[in-house]
Design a binder for this molecule. Structure first.
Ligand code: PGA
Length: 253
């Protein structure tokens, strides 16, 4: 599987800004085929950004999804609609949603299930510990618990994919990534836990583990060669197309 670099634009850009940045991405990644590149604008911008990058090597992703297919769920968006506007990826359970909207792993589990049901759209499942959990030595337990709650009982069929994004939430948006050795250790635990949940063949062929939190072009080289490092989820640095391009190039090399 190719490495993947996902840009999470969060709620930082309006529609016009998103389309303009998408145009820059399309141009920059014109000849980029060593890895996959995904941009996740807000819901309102998905359709226009999708049209902008149509036919290019940049794929579209959403920042959230609901767990039902259709119905009276005011304000929510279904995986079916995300597919309809061309999304190939969707972030699920980002730490900011867990922090500000009380999203929990029961909901995250249901969202993963629904997204896999729709086929052709890949869930990017976010996990990671808080500062408090790290300080009190609970990190390993928290990561394992999150993975089990999110993925127990999930079936991965054929060439369906899942991406697990390890994002220590205490380092998100701070400008300082964690030590590469700490990321490598966390990815190793995740890899082992996935081995308990799925057949080894599936772990190797259908699941990627990526890192996110304060990734920049300055530190990316130290992360590129780590074991079980299949890509990156990038927030702040993804708002600058040149900086993001440098990050993407360094991780796929
Ligand atoms: P950051 O955000 O790169 O700004 O730390 C990463 C994320 O929240 O996905």
């Amino acid at each position: 599987m190719k490495k993947i670099v996902i840009a999470n634009w969060k709620m930082k850009l309006g529609l016009t800004e998103s389309v303009n940045l998408a145009k820059e991405y399309k141009e920059k990644f014109k000849d980029f085929d060593l890895g996959e590149v995904v941009i996740c604008p807000d819901f309102v911008s998905l359709n226009e950004v999708g049209k902008t990058i149509n036919g290019s090597s940049v794929s579209l992703g959403a920042q959230n999804v609901f767990w039902e297919d259709k119905g009276a769920y005011t304000g929510e968006v279904s995986a079916r609609t995300l597919k309809e506007v061309g999304c190939r990826y969707v972030l699920i359970g980002h730490s900011e949603r867990r922090q500000y909207l009380q999203e929990n792993y029961e909901m995250i589990h249901k969202k993963i299930k629904e997204v896999l049901n729709q086929e052709g759209i890949v869930p990017v499942v976010c996990i990671g510990e808080t500062a408090e959990e790290r300080k009190t030595d609970k990190r390993d337990y928290v990561i394992l618990e999150q993975l089990h709650q999110a993925l127990s009982g999930i079936d991965i069929m054929g060439d369906q994919q899942i991406i697990v994004a390890y994002e220590p939430s205490w380092a998100i948006g701070t400008g300082t990534a964690i030590e590469p050795s700490e990321a490598e250790y966390a990815h190793k635990i995740i890899h082992l836990a996935l081995g308990d949940l799925f057949d080894n063949r599936i772990v190797e062929k259908n699941i990627r583990i990526i890192y996110g939190a304060s990734v920049s072009s300055k530190i990316v080289k130290d992360f590129a060669k780590l074991d079980n490092m299949h890509g990156l989820l990038v927030g702040t640095a993804s708002l600058d197309s040149e900086e993001f391009y440098k990050i993407a190039q360094a991780i796929v090399e």
